[in-house]
Design a protein around this ligand. Structure first.
Ligand SMILES: Cc1cc2nc3c(=O)[nH]c(=O)nc-3n(C[C@H](O)[C@H](O)[C@H](O)COP(=O)(O)O)c2cc1C
Length: 327
């Protein structure tokens, strides 16, 4: 019922995308989102090799016949990564939607367009959205300062970034950062977005494979329980506030170098935290919207709930006269 250029382009029922989450967006979560009518996105960097990514894609194909995507995060990493290998694995497995993030996808656009892949690019600056459009991506995702993961260095919130991006590009815009329910969904559409991406909300879902203790922390967390770290290395990240992330922030405050920070911010430690349920084992990315999350529903309950409540919001807006005089 919410038909946008995004639902048409991606061949999905609802304009709701699941944000790629390293260690978390694996076959179970991805297939659940796609089966519920959204777009599930596999995080390729969860897998140490392209071969393992390929296996996860095969597993996902066994769990859903609906479209899903693979995310290629082009960010500085401790280990060197051959991105072409990952992209080729996805293409050869028949994935026809690829999301890039973190850096301009320009070096990979020929590879992607030759394979007739639909390219989504996620970024946190309006000017990066314009660059992505110029290099030929099909749609752009813009995330605001509230977002879990990497919301950029400019501290601009979704309410400002979304309409600015919509004004700046002609391709469809997907909005992320701070969206968890029908209110955020409708607001994003009102700002001109044609789809939304949610990370933190899907992290707190039944199909997301995290330790029950981490789930409990998410349920207890309020909107002020996140921190921005890694600013000093120009890779700002919004993470759950814990003793561990506070320590990283303190180290940055005292002028720690990248080499000194690396053992703390490495993804492997985050993996350990998710698996062992120890919030102080590593960094846990998390959005401010965690303060609005009070339950652990299934993915289908999340998506169906948003769609049905969005209708009620439409009715309420109608009742207060918003649509008066419209055909
Ligand atoms: C635990 C976690 C891990 C994430 N990992 C990645 C990642 O590997 N690559 C990426 O492009 N975005 C990553 N993100 C960002 C999400 O895909 C999404 O853009 C963001 O969560 C949206 O904001 P929200 O958390 O307010 O919904 C991550 C987010 C979270 C919460």
């Amino acid at each position: 019922m919410f038909k946008t250029r995004i639902t048409e382009m991606l061949n999905i029922k609802h304009p709701i995308l699941q944000g790629a989450m390293q260690w978390l967006s694996r076959a179970e979560l991805v297939a659940a989102v796609s089966n519920a009518g959204g777009l599930g996105i596999i995080s390729s960097l969860t897998f140490p090799t392209a071969k393992e990514l390929r296996q996860e894609i095969k597993k996902t194909k066994g769990m859903t016949r609906k479209p899903f995507a693979v995310n290629i995060t082009l960010m500085p990493t401790a280990r060197p990564i051959n991105y072409e290998e990952y992209i080729n694995a996805a293409i050869e497995e028949g994935v026809n939607i690829i999301e890039t993030a973190g850096r301009s996808p320009k070096p990979y656009m020929k590879l992607l367009t030759d394979a007739r892949v639909t390219v989504l690019h996620k970024c946190a600056r309006v000017r990066d959205a314009k660059t992505a459009e110029r290099v030929g991506v099909n749609a752009v995702t813009i995330v605001g300062f509230e977002a879990g993961g990497h919301p950029g260095m400019e501290d601009v919130t979704s309410f400002v970034r979304i309409p600015m991006t919509v004004d700046a590009v002609k391709i469809p815009v997907i909005a992320g950062g701070g969206i968890t329910d029908a209110r955020g969904f409708v607001a994003a559409l009102a700002l001109g977005a044609e789809g939304v991406v949610m990370g933190t909300r899907f992290m707190a879902s039944k199909e997301c494979n995290i330790h029950p203790q981490i789930r409990e922390c998410l349920l207890q967390a309020t909107e002020t329980d996140t921190l921005m770290i890694e600013r000093s290395i120009k890779n700002a990240a919004r993470v759950l506030k814990t003793d561990f992330s506070q320590k990283v922030l303190d180290m940055e405050g005292k002028g720690a170098t990248l080499e000194e920070l690396l053992p703390y911010i490495t993804g492997q430690r985050g993996k350990q935290a998710f698996e062992e349920g120890d919030v102080n084992a590593g960094i846990i990315h998390c959005g401010q919207v965690v303060g609005l999350i009070h339950d652990i529903p299934t993915v289908k309950e999340i998506i169906d709930g948003i769609i049905s409540e969005a209708r009620l919001i439409g009715k309420r807006l109608n009742d207060i006269g918003l649509f008066t005089g419209m055909a």
